[in-house]
Design a protein around this ligand. Structure first.
Ligand code: FES
Length: 109
């Protein structure tokens, strides 16, 4: 799915896209997308002082999505970010990447 143009995600910012259930992290190294879908039974996690918290059964995650408590069996998923021919950023929810993979957008147009 498309998330917008690189200019909408300046380095040093993070943005939650609630309708897409992802959190976009933008750094000097590029962009990454973390899924907010809990790996327990699929509820949507919310931000908490120590990272993320699942409202359903109380799983907690650190800011990188690693499990810090509760029944969640796996960390939150990081999803592949890429760019369309028109320069729009896109996230592929079917492609998981490791949390240290950042996509560096090309300036188009
Ligand atoms: Fe998140 Fe159960 S769905 S803890």
């Amino acid at each position: 799915f498309r998330i917008g143009t690189p200019i909408e995600f300046p380095a040093g910012t993070t943005r939650i896209l609630p309708e897409r259930q992802v959190r976009i992290v933008s750094t000097d190294q590029g962009l990454a997308a973390m899924s907010l879908v809990c790996t327990h039974l699929g509820c949507i996690v919310g931000e908490s002082p120590s990272g993320f918290l699942c409202p359903c059964h109380g799983s907690s995650f650190d800011p990188q999505g690693k499990v810090t408590g509760g029944p969640a069996p796996r960390p939150l998923r990081w999803l592949q970010v890429s760019q369309g021919a028109d320069g729009a950023l896109q996230v592929d929810a079917t492609k998981e990447v490791s949390p240290d993979v950042y996509y560096r957008p090309m300036k188009i147009g």
